[in-house]
Design a protein around this ligand. Structure first.
Ligand SMILES: [Zn+2]
Length: 290
């Protein structure tokens, strides 16, 4: 358990202080108990249990063939875009307290707490984005990377991010715009640049832009489109098509080296990012979501 976790954690139900024993975490205010699974505290509301690893269906394809035939990723990111998140975290300094929501195995340092729905490898605490098990104003920064599209009510998650951020704290998000459906465990929405900024209403937008461009979007859409077209509704043909057309269309993404800098690129970019700051003092008339 990272030392930082015990400094900032709180009951997800009442935000009360927590006390830990070897196999359980207990709320000192409401008395609720939370299990520790594989060394990771499971701080979920209403007795919810941790998510298992998602099960993938391979339609009978052998694991070896599946791994061998896996086409390359659809998105091409310039070095500067790949390093945007690590650079953001580094810029905060080693003393900053950072929460990475939906982090899975991402490793951004000892001062970054990885939160996810299950005790996956690299996860420091199990919790839900819409009821964060953290004290009010306890974090200097909160980040998500490809997570908000998987949250049913992203505005509730943003309300929680606002609660746990200290005044003046920063928040960094990468969101999809033009991408195919990708369940983890579900997939609810896409965001435009205006849409993601509107989600953080009341925050000061520091920076926003593209992390994966229109050619990455086209590569994903082409792969999916051709797989559907030649599947004839057959799941095996669809799975094979995804691989074959994935290899065939992958080079399209490299055209982003040419177009990702265009002023028109946000119109059909694959993924966008936003950096925003929580105001120092509460804004008059700001709506607080449940
Ligand atoms: Zn409690």
């Amino acid at each position: 358990m990272k030392p930082l976790l015990r400094e900032v954690w709180a009951c997800p139900d009442c935000h009360g202080a927590l006390a830990a024993s070897a196999e359980e975490v207990c709320c000192l205010v409401c008395g609720r108990g939370y299990p520790i699974v594989q060394g990771v505290p499971v701080l979920l509301t209403g007795g919810a249990t941790a998510a298992p690893r998602p099960v993938e269906h391979h339609h009978g394809m052998s694991e070896r063939l599946r791994r061998w035939s896996m086409p390359p990723a659809t998105s091409y990111r310039r070095r500067a875009d790949r390093e945007k998140l690590p650079a953001f975290v580094q810029g905060l300094g080693r003393a900053a307290r950072v929460l990475n929501v939906g982090a899975k195995e991402t490793d951004l340092g000892e001062h970054v707490l990885n939160l996810d729905l299950g005790p996956f490898s690299g996860v420091d605490l199990v919790g839900d984005a819409v009821s964060l098990p953290l004290q009010d104003e306890s974090m200097d920064a909160v980040i998500t990377q490809g997570v908000l599209e998987h949250v049913r009510h992203p505005e509730w998650a943003v309300a929680e991010i606002r609660r746990v951020l200290r005044p003046g704290g920063l928040t960094y998000h990468e969101v999809p715009f033009i991408q195919g459906y990708h369940a983890d465990p579900t997939d609810y929405q896409r965001f435009t640049l205006d849409g993601v900024a509107a989600l953080f209403d009341g925050f000061e937008v520091m920076e926003r832009g593209i992390v994966a461009g229109p050619s990455s979007a086209l590569s994903w859409v082409l792969r999916e489109y051709l797989a559907i077209l030649f599947s004839f509704n057959n799941p095996v043909l669809y799975a094979l098509g995804k691989r074959a057309f994935g290899w065939l269309t992958a080079p399209v993404k490299y055209l982003d080296a040419l177009v990702v800098g265009s002023r028109y690129a946000p119109k059909i970019a694959s993924a966008l990012y936003l950096i925003a700051r929580k105001p120092e003092a509460p804004t008059v008339g700001t709506t607080v979501h449940p």
